[in-house]
Design a protein around this ligand. Structure first.
Ligand code: IPM
Ligand code: MG
Length: 371
């Protein structure tokens, strides 16, 4: 069946291809049972692309990503490529895609599912029902700021330089995404920076305040220093609804929030660009928060849930398929409630299974939900 939904699938390295195979099962099911179909192209990224195409993300791949309605991304990197020069790191694959597609808003939900309350590093009471959304700026800040590099100074010493730089429009556009999300959730936004020591942090706080006053006066806005936010996330995580931060602070805080949920193997993310006023479309990339996990790659034991839940976000954000997104999310939750666990979330008394058994179980639950 022809489809107007163009997907570029980039499984990448390590466990990426293994967990992506389980998404393909769910995609097949969607076509069969819900008549939701996609035009799918597959490409290489990261180390796999370095080996085959000489670059972690080729121009051709960037062009295909731009032509697609959505990109589903696995993970990149591994020991095989660790010794390569900086410009050849597999990680540049994802950074290039974010930059070239203008994907400035990285949405990272940290949700504690009921069946996994015990898997959290915190006491169950602190995390039961936890539902936080971290909005991380993802095309600016210290990841891309100039000047950067390692040079030798007048005294012959090596000096490493990175630059945290944000313009007001870069701050405002990601702030709008965060405010908008808060409005659809519990109406509270916590914006984090280090305005006490950083100039870019002072501007960040000022611009977020202005956007809030002018466009979202109904959303409760709170400012917090990023270090305090890290502490508060561990001490009293349920005070948060949406957290907004720079590329670097968002990176750090989203890993911390991931630990609260008990497994990195469960967390999806979406990275969105601006809506094109002419077409109403936006570039978007969906990826699990976890990496390529080289230590368990090839063993068939990786948790496919984060990749499956990333696909659910894709259904919701790129195609407005809320019902289908909920189906996938509910199916995952029911499989967990039924006692199946991959190694990363294994608990006493549960049944330990591998990647494909988990994927098959999700499809079985989908079948029951749709019946
Ligand atoms: C992430 C990762 C990446 C980042 C790396 C792989 C470049 O840590 O997506 O959180 O720092 O953005
Ligand atoms: Mg990270």
């Amino acid at each position: 069946m022809p489809s107007n939904k163009k997907l570029l699938v980039l499984p990448g390295d390590g466990i990426g291809p293994e967990v992506m195979a389980e998404v393909r099962r769910v995609i097949d099911w969607m076509g069969r049972r819900r008549a939701v179909t996609f035009d799918i192209e597959e490409g290489l990224v990261g180390g796999a692309a370095l080996d085959a195409e000489g670059s972690p993300c080729s121009d051709a791949t960037v062009a295909r990503a731009k032509a697609a309605d959505a990109v589903l991304f696995g993970s990149v990197g591994g020991p095989k490529w660790d010794g390569l020069p900086f410009e050849k790191r597999p990680e540049l694959g994802i950074l290039r895609l974010r930059k070239e597609l203008g994907l400035f808003a990285n949405l990272r939900p940290a949700v504690v599912l009921d069946p996994l309350v015990e898997a959290s590093s915190l006491k169950p009471d602190l995390v039961r029902g936890l539902d936080i959304m971290i909005v991380r700026e993802s095309t600016g800040g210290i990841y891309f700021g100039e000047p950067r590099g390692i040079h030798t100074d007048a005294k012959g010493r090596r000096v490493g330089v990175d630059t945290e730089v944000y313009s007001e429009d870069e701050i405002a556009r990601v702030a709008r995404v965060a405010f908008d999300l808060a409005r659809k959730r519990r109406n509270k936004l916590t914006s984090v920076e280090k305005a006490n020591v950083m100039q870019s942090g002072r501007l960040w706080r000022a611009v977020v305040t202005e956007v809030g006053r002018a466009e979202f006066p109904d959303v409760e806005l709170e400012h917090m220093y990023a270090d305090n936010c890290a502490m508060q996330l561990c001490a009293r995580p349920k005070q948060f609804d949406v957290i907004l931060g720079s590329n670097l602070f968002g990176d750090l805080l989203s890993d911390l929030a991931a630990a609260l949920t008990g497994s990195l193997g469960m967390l999806p993310s979406a990275t969105l660009g601006a809506v094109d006023p002419a077409t109403g479309k936006r570039h978007a990339l969906y990826e699990p928060v976890h990496g390529s996990a080289p230590d368990i790659a090839g063993k068939g034991i990786a948790n496919p849930c984060a990749q499956l839940l990333s696909f659910a976000m894709l259904l919701r954000w790129s195609f407005g398929l809320e019902e289908e997104a909920r189906l996938v999310e509910t199916a995952v939750e029911r499989v967990l409630a039924g006692g199946l666990r991959t190694a990363d979330i294994m608990q006493p008394g549960m049944a330990r299974v591998g990647t494909s058994v988990m994927g098959e179980a999700v499809v079985r639950e989908l079948e029951k939900l749709a019946a």
